[in-house]
Design a protein around this ligand. Structure first.
Ligand code: ASP
Length: 566
């Protein structure tokens, strides 16, 4: 009886909510002079609060439908509507199974290369889109923002990047100190490799700033600058007859070298400035802006096609990777606790820190948001590169989570390069793990150094596979730990890299959700201004046209904010 009462109450409240949604939609129609009908297309109009109401309404519509459907039908329905996602998740699972089965067959290196080959092609395709996508989306996005909105958006995004990255590093430090996975015996079991390299924090900071301002844009498309130390013979000095000089016969001299890898930060800075100025120049720059808008649309369409290839590519990438790992059991035994520490830290960040921050600002369900990002999350697991995942991240945010493209273009393009929560967490854990393995106790000062340098190292890390292992040098050098110990971590990076990359992507996505929520009024105001300007200019133009067509003069106005003025 009471359950019947509950059901009745539930149904009544559902109907009540649906009616209130309908009322609200009518109200909105009256207030805004624009009728919001509840169709799937309506969500495209970009109002987040309306989306919530529609979600409530739609979920009740679905509930009413489901009563007549069996569970199998429901699952099939879900698979049908999320076919690509299902295929991608299936790709990961089948890849893992094939990978482990393949290990039993002990394939030759050539066979493993052939198995991974379709995956390699996927990586190449995704990487191919990075530059055109970043350039076109930033220029097109910035041109549609005024200086005030882009400034506000930029400051919120920057604050979010800093806070979440430091929080991630703190979670990592907490985990590694509590679990204490480092044991000096591990070093005797695992072989070391590379020699020590000199890295300084100052150089790292200066390199980041140097790369922000590339001296050659063409070169920035494929190279970035880095300080490197070269051994040079000491200049000849004459000593006192009895003095002795025990220092080595060479000194380390810093020099700037160009290393392979796109200088994404430099391209971003240029495109931000270019887009903003193009927007300010109005009709004069309209052709240029339209070019980038169309380029962006075309690249996104291409991404849409490649997405259907990604399940197979990811399957091959994962299967090939698992087959190529040597001494899987021994490595797991030695570095198991370390892996568990990293994974637990990443889980805390993904399941507690990020969703709480998202909920705190938006009061929306983070699980629903995550569901919209699943495709990008799985792609990050498969590719281990947030840059390669970028095209899919854009699509998930804009199409599933209905985030305004002006926000995604800015927050995600920049975030994929500088905001790497998973990487910061990983670097903090790895540095302290190496200290523990060497039996070096760390005081509070060193722990703070770890959190700051890990954050800095994550900003400097490229969004490509295993980039963290390179910037780890910075954290280890700051602590005076042996940098050659990084080679101990190579054995498990194939897995940890994928996991931290997927958290990097999630961090960017939640950031876009928050920035969108906090700036959507600005965006709506800009849209309204634009519509008013267009209507105004249209009306005046009509009046003038009827008087005398010759009196119409065009004056340059901001592109995307107002059209032709009279
Ligand atoms: N693979 C990571 C990324 O692309 C970077 C890293 O942590 O190595 O986001």
């Amino acid at each position: 009886m009471s359950s019947l009462g509950h059901q009745l109450q539930g149904t009544l409240s559902a109907v009540g909510r649906a009616v209130s949604v309908l009322k609200n939609s009518t109200q909105l129609g009256k207030d805004g002079g624009e009728q919001h009908t509840i169709t799937p297309d309506a969500t495209d109009m970009g109002s987040g609060e309306d989306d919530d109401k529609q979600e409530v309404f739609q979920s009740h519509v679905i509930n009413m439908d489901t009563s007549t459907k069996t569970k199998v039908d429901l699952v099939l329905d879900w698979v049908r509507t999320n076919l690509l996602l299902t295929l991608t998740i299936g790709g990961v699972l089948v890849g893992v199974v094939i990978g482990f089965l393949g290990r039993l067959a002990t394939f030759s290196d050539e066979s493993i290369m052939l198995i991974s080959f379709p995956g390699e092609i996927l990586m190449r395709l995704l990487k191919m889109f990075i530059l055109p996508l970043i350039i076109s989306s930033l220029v097109a996005g910035m041109a549609q923002l005024d200086a005030q909105s882009s400034g506000r958006m930029g400051s919120i995004a920057l604050l979010y990047y800093i806070v979440t990255t430091i929080l991630a590093a703190i979670v990592g430090i907490f985990m590694v100190l509590v679990i204490h996975p480092g044991d000096p015996s591990i070093k005797t079991h695992v072989e070391g490799g590379s020699t020590d390299t000199k890295v300084s924090t100052l150089d790292a900071i200066l390199d980041i700033i140097r790369n922000l301002f590339p001296d050659n844009l063409m070169q920035a498309c494929f190279q970035q600058v880095q300080t490197s130390y070269k051994k040079v013979n000491k200049p000849l000095v004459f000593h006192e007859p009895n003095s002795s000089d025990d220092s080595p016969g060479f000194i380390l001299k810093p020099q700037l070298v160009y290393k392979d890898g796109t200088n994404v930060m430099g391209m971003i800075v240029f495109c931000l400035a270019f887009g903003l100025l193009a927007g300010q120049m109005g009709t004069k720059a309209r052709l240029m802006v339209d070019f980038f808008v169309v380029l962006n649309d075309i690249v996104m369409k291409l991404v849409g096609v490649v997405m259907w290839y990604s399940p197979f590519g990811i399957l091959c990438l994962i299967a090939g990777k698992i087959m190529s790992i040597e001494n899987l059991a021994a490595t797991a035994q030695q570095l198991g606790l370390y892996m568990i520490t990293v994974i637990l830290g990443l889980l805390v960040h993904a399941l507690i820190t990020l969703p709480s921050i998202y909920y705190m600002f938006t009061r929306k369900n983070p699980a629903v948001f995550f569901q919209g990002m699943l495709q990008a999350w799985v792609t990050a697991l498969g590719t281990a590169s947030s840059a390669a995942t970028l095209p899919i991240t854009f699509r998930c945010l804009e199409e599933n989570n209905k985030i305004d493209s002006r926000v995604t273009r800015f927050v995600v393009a920049v975030g994929a390069t500088v905001n790497m929560d998973g990487t910061a967490l990983y670097e903090a854990v790895a540095a302290i793990f190496i200290a523990q393995m060497n039996g070096i106790p760390l005081g509070i000062g060193e722990v703070i150094t770890v959190s700051l340098t890990a954050t800095l190292a994550s900003v400097g890390a490229a969004s490509i596979p295993s980039a963290a292992l390179i910037t780890m040098l910075l954290v280890l050098s700051a602590l005076g730990l042996p940098t050659s110990d990084i080679s101990l971590l190579f054995a498990v990076d194939w897995l940890l890299d994928r996991l931290r990359t997927s958290i990097n992507v999630l961090g960017d996505a939640y950031g876009a959700g928050i920035v969108y929520h906090l700036t959507k009024d600005d965006l709506a105001r800009m849209d309204a201004d634009r519509v008013l300007d267009t209507v105004d200019s249209g009306l005046v133009a009509n009046v003038k046209t009827s008087e005398t067509a010759d009196s119409i003069v065009s004056r340059p106005t901001p592109a995307g904010s107002s059209e032709t003025q009279i």
